[in-house]
Design a protein around this ligand. Structure first.
Ligand code: GLU
Length: 388
C-alpha cells in the first residue's frame, strides 16, 4: 500500500479517547474495571435539554442550517459571553462547532505551515496533533508543578521565535486543574500583545470551578481582536456525546474562520443546537448541582490520596482531574498499564500530556463517589505492594 500523508507521522492516537474506548470495551466484556481515565461527566444530560432536541426533531429540524450556527444559539452565546465573561462579541463573531473542531478551526485558520504554535506542557493531548495537521510546529512551554501548573510570562517569552504565530491556553486546565490568577493572565496577555501573536483560549472547564475566578483573556484591554475564545457544552451540561461547542471572535475574523467549517462539516446539526439554546437559557441551578457534586468528589479523592504512599498531589481549583507526581521508578505509561491490568483501574499516563507530565498520572473524578472509594482503595493496595 502507498504510504499515508506525512502529516500523520508525528501523530499518535488520542490517548484519552482511546483509553476511554478501551475501558468501555472491558466493561462490555464484564470486567470489573474502575475508570479514572476519560474526562466525561457521568450525569445524564438534564431532561429539559434532551426535550428541546426532541421537540426540534419532531418539528422537522433535520436539514442543513447556517454554517456558523442558528441565530437563536449565536445570540444566546454572544449574550452569555458579554454578560458572564466580559467578552464584547456579537452574534456574528460566534461559530457553533464541536469544541475540538472549534480549536481545530482556529489553528487551521490562523497558522501557516512552518509557523509555531505554543501550548502548555503538561497540556491537553490534542493541541500538538492539531498544530501538526495544520502543517505547523507545536512548541510545548513548560507549565509544571513548580509554578502550580500555571503558564508564566517568562516561560512564554523564552519560547517565542520569529516564527511563533499563536499561543493556546487552557484555564481551568486539563490535566492539572489549575486556574490561572489575574496576574498570570495579565502577564500572558501582555506578552501576546507585545509579540503580536494570536491567543486561543480554551475555556471548556469555565464552570467547573471550586476556587478563584474564571477569567477570559478576550475581556482584557486590547485582547479581543487577537483572541479566539473556545467553549462548549460537554463538561458544563454533561453533553459529551452531543458534540456541541463554539468559538467567539471578532466578527471579521470569524467570517474568515467559518470557511474551514463550510468546507469540512458544513454546520452543526440544527436540533442539537436547539438543545444548546435550552442549556444556556435553562436554570443555573442544574449546573451548580453538578459542580457541587464534583467538589465533593474532589475532596473525597484528595482524602484518599493522603494514604497512597509516594503520591504528591496539588489540590485542583477547577476541572475534574488530579495530576499527582509519584516517586516510583516506572514511566507513567508503564505504571498506568500495570494499574489497568493488575489493579483494574484506568488512569491516563502523565507523559500523554507532554514531557513535563512524565512521572505523573491523571485521575479523572467525573465518576461516582462509590467508584472513587473503590478505585482509590485498589490504587493504594497496588502501590503499597509495589513499594515492598
Ligand atoms: N477532553 C477529555 C479528556 O481529556 C475528553 C477526551 C478528549 O477529547 O481528549 O479526557
Amino acid at each position: 500500500m502507498r504510504p499515508v500523508a506525512a502529516r500523520l507521522k508525528p501523530i499518535g492516537p488520542s490517548p484519552t479517547v482511546r483509553l476511554g474506548a478501551l475501558v468501555n470495551e472491558m466493561k462490555r466484556r464484564g470486567e470489573d474495571v474502575i475508570s479514572f481515565s476519560v474526562g466525561e461527566p457521568d450525569f445524564p444530560t438534564p431532561p429539559h435539554i434532551v426535550a428541546a432536541a426532541k421537540k426540534a426533531l419532531d418539528a422537522g429540524m433535520t436539514k442543513y442550517v447556517a454554517p456558523a450556527g442558528i441565530p437563536e444559539l449565536r445570540e444566546a452565546i454572544a449574550d452569555k459571553m458579554k454578560r458572564e465573561n466580559g467578552v464584547p462579541c456579537e452574534p456574528g463573531g460566534i461559530i457553533v462547532a464541536p469544541t475540538k473542531h472549534a480549536i481545530f478551526l482556529a489553528i487551521m485558520g490562523l497558522v501557516d505551515p512552518g509557523e509555531e504554535v505554543l501550548f502548555p506542557d503538561p497540556g491537553w493531548v490534542s493541541y500538538a496533533p492539531m498544530a501538526h495537521l495544520a502543517g505547523a510546529k507545536p512548541v510545548p512551554v513548560t507549565a509544571d508543578e513548580t509554578t502550580g501548573f500555571e503558564l508564566t510570562a517568562n516561560a512564554l517569552e523564552a519560547a517565542i521565535t520569529p516564527r511563533t504565530k499563536a499561543l493556546v491556553i487552557n484555564s481551568p486546565s486539563n490535566p492539572a486543574g489549575s486556574v490561572f490568577s489575574k496576574e498570570t493572565m495579565r502577564g500572558i496577555c501582555d506578552v501576546v500583545a507585545d509579540r503580536d501573536l494570536f491567543l486561543i483560549s480554551d475555556e471548556i472547564y469555565e464552570k467547573i470551578l471550586y476556587e478563584g475566578t474564571h477569567l477570559s483573556p478576550a475581556s482584557f484591554g486590547g485582547m479581543f481582536d487577537r483572541t479566539v475564545t473556545v467553549h462548549g457544552f460537554s463538561k458544563t451540561y454533561s453533553m459529551t456525546g452531543w458534540r456541541l461547542g463554539w468559538l467567539a471572535a471578532e466578527a471579521s475574523l470569524a467570517k474568515q474562520l467559518v470557511k474551514v467549517q463550510e468546507h469540512t462539516i458544513t454546520c452543526t446539526p440544527g436540533f442539537i443546537q436547539m438543545a444548546g439554546v435550552a442549556a444556556l437559557e435553562g436554570p443555573a441551578s442544574v449546573v451548580r448541582g453538578m459542580v457541587d457534586e464534583f467538589r465533593a468528589r474532589r475532596d473525597l479523592m484528595a482524602a484518599e490520596f493522603a494514604s497512597v504512599p509516594g503520591f504528591h498531589v496539588l489540590r485542583p481549583a477547577g476541572a475534574f482531574y488530579f495530576f499527582p507526581r509519584y516517586d516510583l521508578d516506572l514511566r507513567s505509561d508503564e505504571l498506568a498499564e500495570r494499574l489497568l491490568t493488575e489493579a483494574k483501574v484506568a488512569v491516563t499516563p502523565g507523559a500523554a500530556f507532554g514531557e513535563a507530565g512524565e512521572h505523573h498520572l491523571r485521575f479523572s473524578y467525573a465518576c461516582s463517589r462509590e467508584d472513587i472509594r473503590k478505585g482509590m482503595a485498589r490504587v493504594r493496595d497496588f502501590v503499597r505492594a509495589l513499594r515492598k
